[in-house]
Design a protein around this ligand. Structure first.
Ligand SMILES: [Zn+2]
Length: 157
């Protein structure tokens, strides 16, 4: 049996900006409206429920809120230098440099802010929060960069 949470339908979305080093067009700072989706394969428990939808929604909603209206920067990139200096975040990439107010930036523990890596980041966050139950077989997270294009990642449990 599969549980599906569609971020667009549920309003589990966020708006954020990023850039992708090495990409001809996307290496310029730009934004997207993102949605987070979740799928779980598993068997219903004695109560007829695979996992409580309310809890699942609140987990991914909280992550979406953390990312919403932020400049998303990679904290583990070898190409992008991200430094917090006082109340500012200074970012250097090749011959470009940016400075943002610290409160506008979310520095993530990832190497590139792509939909693919964001999906893996959200999946790890979900796995660290979700209660491990023997009836759950597989969990997947999708992150869309706008409607119709996105990346999914799954983990067997
Ligand atoms: Zn983009």
């Amino acid at each position: 049996m599969k549980l599906k949470l569609d971020g667009w339908e549920l309003g589990i979305t966020f708006s954020a900006c990023h850039f992708l080093p090495g990409h001809s067009k996307c290496n310029r700072l730009h934004g997207h409206n993102y949605a987070i989706h979740l799928e779980i394969d598993g068997e219903p428990q004695d109560n007829g429920v695979v996992y409580d939808f309310v809890i699942l929604k609140s987990i991914i909603k909280e992550i979406a809120l953390e990312l919403d209206h932020c400049v998303l920067m990679p904290g583990k990139s070898e190409l992008v230098e991200v430094n917090v200096e006082g109340g500012s975040v200074r970012v250097k990439y090749e011959d470009k440099s940016y400075s943002f107010p610290k409160e506008d930036v979310n520095i993530l523990g990832i190497d590139v802010v792509s939909a693919e890596v964001l999906a893996a980041y959200v999946l790890e966050r979900v796995l660290s929060t979700i209660q491990n139950q023997p009836n759950l077989h597989r969990i997947g997270v999708g992150v869309d960069e706008g409607r119709g294009q996105g990346a999914w990642v799954w983990k067997e449990l």
